[in-house]
Design a protein around this ligand. Structure first.
Ligand SMILES: Cc1cc2nc3c(=O)[nH]c(=O)nc-3n(C[C@H](O)[C@H](O)[C@H](O)COP(=O)(O)OP(=O)(O)OC[C@H]3O[C@@H](n4cnc5c(N)ncnc54)[C@H](O)[C@@H]3O)c2cc1C
Length: 263
């Protein structure tokens, strides 16, 4: 069981940052994950009074506050229209609506879980995380950073550039609402492709390539799926995950190219 003695609802990011420099304190999102752990802290720091629960859109980008819920991503019309419904697709299988109303974007991205649908989805886009101390960091760089217990920054928001990328997302689950055993997001801009493969069961990784050197989508998909490693866990073997990835990457690419999707 997660335990903490004190709860502080901060009135500024500066206050939150100062408080969370102590090893005994922790910034929290929706606490959906934390409540399942055995972590004990002296203080939890709540960001919910800072107005970070908004998704803002302008001509250049979407800006998603760290305290936005996964449900907000799922139903946001602007985000889903611009990116072909991938935010609905990457969230709708996560547990249930009540849970998605509590789990936050900040907690989901900062924790960089290996099974994360959200990280897999964002990685295929031109996305950045804004860290209070570390500034703007491309999501690709942030995702690759190891998760350290002593890392004490605060994720303020996620920014996604409207660069014209078309995207599609799919995940495979052994049963509805379970953790994914594979998650794939593909995005296309001109002749450039961005394929993110997560739940391998390792953290999502991005494969980028141009289509100039290939004759067929099948070849490109195979090369993208082969570029990352796959492991075994209770949900599936690495070999099974790789076989799924080859097919799913191809299907997403065919969909984005407006081709009929073959089996
Ligand atoms: C039963 C269950 C099933 C799940 N299934 C899936 C799934 O299928 N797919 C999927 O993608 N996810 C899944 N999740 C994860 C979930 O979607 C969230 O990612 C998770 O709950 C974390 O979000 P939270 O708001 O609850 O974060 P919390 O539990 O509050 O925090 C998680 C971590 O992030 C840190 N943190 C939180 N906010 C910030 C911030 N702004 N800045 C810095 N650090 C911060 C905390 O210190 C903590 O270390 C599941 C979770 C549960 C409990």
């Amino acid at each position: 069981m997660f335990r903490a003695d004190d709860y502080v609802k901060v009135t500024s990011l500066a206050e939150a940052y100062e408080l969370c420099q102590k090893r005994s304190s922790l910034v929290v999102g929706g606490m959906v994950w934390l409540k399942m752990t055995n972590v004990t802290k002296r203080m939890v720091i709540d960001l919910s009074g800072l107005g970070l629960d908004q998704i803002e859109e302008n001509e250049e980008e979407f800006s998603i506050g760290a305290m936005c819920s996964l449900r907000q991503l799922e139903i946001h019309e602007g985000l889903n229209t611009y990116f072909g419904g991938i935010f609905k697709e990457c969230t709708r299988h996560i547990v249930g609506v009540q849970m998605r109303n509590c789990a936050t974007v900040g907690g989901s991205v900062y924790a960089r879980f290996g099974f994360s649908d959200i990280l897999t989805c964002l990685l295929a886009l031109d996305a950045y995380v804004e860290l209070y101390h570390g500034g703007m960091v491309p999501i690709k760089e942030f995702a690759a950073r190891p998760v350290h217990r002593d890392d004490r920054d605060i994720l303020v928001r996620v920014v996604i550039k409207k660069d014209g990328r078309k995207a599609a997302y799919i995940s495979q689950r052994n049963s509805s609402t379970d953790f994914p055993l594979l998650a794939v997001c593909a995005a296309n801009l001109g002749n450039q492709w961005f394929v993110s493969i997560g739940a391998r069961p390792a953290k999502a990784a991005l494969v980028e390539f141009t289509e100039d050197n290939f004759d067929t989508i099948k070849e490109m998909a195979k090369q993208a799926a082969d570029a990352v490693s796959y492991g075994d866990n209770t949900r599936g073997s690495g070999q099974y995950r790789h076989s799924l990835a080859v097919v799913y990457v191809r299907r997403l690419m065919e969909r984005l190219k407006g081709r009929s999707v073959s089996r």
